[in-house]
Design a protein. Sequence first.
Length: 223
Amino acid sequence: MDYHFNFTIVWRHAWRLWWGLGLSLQIAAASLGLGMLIGIALAVAYTDGGRVTRTAIAGYVEFIRNTPLLLLIYLVFYGIPSIGGFAYDATTSFIFTLAFYAGAQLVEVFRAGLDAVPPGVVDAGRAIGLTPYRNLIYVRLPTAFRISLPALSNAYVSLFKDTALGSVIAVPELTHGAQWINFNTFRILEVYALLTPIYLLTGWIILAALRLLERRYAIVRAM
């Protein structure tokens, strides 16, 4: 049976793709922002904390890492409200799920960044009279953040792609918009022929922009 492409009918509903793309970018940005806060806080606690703290953080990281993201989405959206007796919308649930997922990934990123801060830089902060807290805020964290920029770039692109899983709980992101068009027009090949380059091009633009940011704030090591 011959299949005749017809993009005209798909373009009538293309606004759903652009709307979904914008929401996907917003979800990825919000999730990364919250995930960074979680990752930084737990990385500092792991680096400066005791055995109990490290064990608890390691347990959280291993649980998230070894649980499929799709299962986490279902657990947060369906499981927690049924136990706690409260409800929240799908987009909010999805953002927090991605945030906790990203936070577990970024704990190791920021922990490695903190460990990579040159001891001489920390000692210099102490020498000018900085307290441990001020040394952390003004010396260790800014340096660790710049060291961690390449990994953060990869995390943002990865989170942007992971937003496609929001369609399973009806979050109106990019893939959900494509599914709506497919179900209402039955033009599956045309829809995904548009969806694939949108993801590829957007991911490439994000990565290129973040690479520029990396070069802008890269730490130049003396030879």
